[in-house]
Design a protein around this ligand. Structure first.
Ligand SMILES: Cc1cc2nc3c(=O)[nH]c(=O)nc-3n(C[C@H](O)[C@H](O)[C@H](O)COP(=O)(O)O)c2cc1C
Length: 312
């Protein structure tokens, strides 16, 4: 429950701090954003909202998703649904997720380092930094970041008559239904012992699959805030919509983005422990990167990006 202040309390506070009225008026602007105001508690003339925020007929899609969000398939009447994923073929698919990895052209990775820095020290010291030094990042550090982000750390035995010893392999970061719909792509700019280029991290093999990049990576991945091509490497988070949404419906999208958050925080904590600089980039060219990486932008979507390098 939000803490409700009385009118007298608000007046007293506004009298003491002169900028509080400006803060309050900005904080309340969400009441004129929602185009769903007629159907929700927020009542504002729709023309005002559409005129300010969207052309006629356009939706505020993120809000529409959340307003329609239902946690289970009984309520969304989704065709496949959760129960379907306990059938033998679905379980066997989960037990053999490694078959999705294309091992025809791979760069091998060294064993990840074991990090001994205390967790609290790493958490307290994590900061986004945008100045990258000229020295390359070592391949061992890249392997360590990737392992901590997505590496295999356990097994869930799943007795199935067709495969009695089958296990679902589990990773460092949680994933709804153990489906792991997020893949990490790596663009190497300055990594010692690794040719500059695009790769996909293959967690089962702990290796990098070689990927074609159609275009100039420095320009496709550029940021207005910092020098991306001067970094060691860029991680692009790719979410496979159908991988978990055919089980969870719209919730799959939400789960996928939650998982991206878990992976990216682990990436930042790991690179902090390795004394590497790093920052997320929100203003990337989604369609441009998808085109360059050969992702269809329908089932596979670029949803986040993190840039890492030596400290400048
Ligand atoms: C989803 C997301 C997108 C971000 N996009 C950018 C960006 O495009 N450019 C940038 O310089 N920083 C970006 N950041 C970093 C934030 O500016 C930074 O996390 C914030 O200022 C808090 O600082 P801290 O990370 O040092 O605690 C992004 C962070 C997140 C989580």
């Amino acid at each position: 429950m939000p803490y409700r202040r009385s009118k007298e309390e608000v007046e007293a506070a506004a009298g003491e701090v002169d900028y509080l009225r400006t803060v309050g008026s900005f904080a309340m602007q969400h009441t004129i954003v929602s185009i769903y105001s007629p159907s929700t508690v927020v009542k504002t003339p729709e023309t005002t909202i559409r005129g300010r925020w969207a052309t006629p007929g356009e939706d505020f899609s993120g809000e529409q998703l959340l307003l329609n969000y239902r946690p289970d398939n009984a309520r969304i009447s989704f065709q496949l649904g959760i129960g379907r994923f306990f059938e033998p073929d679905a379980v066997l698919t989960a037990c053999h997720a490694e078959l999705e990895e294309d091992l025809r052209a791979v760069a091998t990775l060294p064993k990840p380092k074991r990090i001994r820095t205390g967790l609290s020290a790493v958490v307290d010291n994590r900061r986004s930094t945008r100045d990258f030094g000229k020295d390359p990042v070592s391949l061992a550090d890249l392997a360590t970041v990737l392992h901590h982000a997505q590496g295999m750390t356990g097994e869930l035995p799943y007795g199935n008559p067709n495969d009695p010893h089958g296990v679902i392999r589990l990773r460092t970061v949680p994933s709804g239904g153990g489906l792991y719909p997020v893949t990490l792509f790596v663009q190497a700019f300055h990594v010692d012992g690794l040719a500059d280029g695009a790769y996909e991290y293959l967690p089962h093999a702990h290796a990098l699959g070689v990927v074609e990049f159609d275009g100039d990576p420095a320009s496709v991945l550029r940021s207005v805030d910092f020098d991306v091509a001067g970094s060691g490497f860029v991680l692009t988070y790719v979410y496979n919509l159908l991988h978990n949404s055919r089980k969870y419906g719209d919730a799959g999208v939400v789960f996928g983005l939650i998982e991206v958050g878990g992976i990216s925080q682990t990436v930042h904590l790991t690179r902090t422990a390795l004394a590497l600089a790093g920052v997320d980039q929100g203003g990337y060219d989604k369609q441009g990167i998808e085109r360059a990486l050969g992702l269809d932008g329908l089932s596979r979507h670029v949803v986040h990006m993190t840039v890492i390098g030596q400290e400048g």
